[in-house]
Design a protein. Sequence first.
Length: 323
Amino acid sequence: MRPSSSVPPLSGGMRQSSSGRVPQWALEEALNEQLRAYAAENGGRRVRGERRRRRRERSSVRKLRVRTGVLIAFVIALYLTPTVFERDIFPDVLPHLPWSNVPPRGVEAAAAPLGTPPPSTGSAQYKLFEYPGLRQEFVAYDPCRPVHYVIRPNFAPAGTEGIVQEAVAEVAAATGLTFVFDGPTTEAPSPESRDSYQPELYGKRWAPVLITWTSPEEVPDLAGPTAGLGGSEVAQRPDKPMVLVAGQVMLDAPAMTEILGYPGGRDHVRAIVIHELAHVLGLDHVDDPNQLMYEETRELTTLADGDLAGLAKLGAGPCVPEL
């Protein structure tokens, strides 16, 4: 499964355009609502005494005019400098708004990468996911933060105990990224797109990688020969590198049960999990049947030279503490 190619959109109280940017009219509309609320509040107060009431009404009108002028000037300033606002101000304010869909910036961000990817094998038999309008060489997880993951244990076939952890250990070694198991979860798979920020489930941070044992009934894209799906969402702050967040792996439990019945079935199931985790980290399919990232299942059950070269590259992505 390919990751989403758009930065998570804003949601809640402030409207946005289809591109995910908050247009200037939406900012002005929000400020106008504050003005109307202020006017209603000041116009609705009752004060004893006619003379006293008139004085307060005049005072309120003067205050309202002053505040209105300040707010109008603020709106004009935002209109004239939208880039400054969107790049430097709004991203810092957004995480603290009640309707925010992004966490506070820099959660768990270290000053340097937590690990080091192994030397490249030198193979060119790998392919990285492409994104429209990308202005950087590739998109990866932030190596200065741990990659958290959770597992929904429902429907896990008998005999798969420890397989996910073994697969995670392989991609961790191939990338140098630090993975942290946060335990089980009740979150269901999201075949279309997943919420990157779920504070009610995971606290104020990016959602961890979600690994689920599921079925074609729950995830229709698993119908047919597809045994698993994997990918990540993307996040970006203006003028900063794009990074991967909130990945997920969806495994066809009935298909895995069938594979486990074959000789060497456990190794093949682990290979499928590794393949999908590599998608989560940014590797795409290749045309070389001698690589684990070949689209069809083969006899190969371990990462090949091209897979290892691609994962080593993805382990050297940029650190982005601003997210």
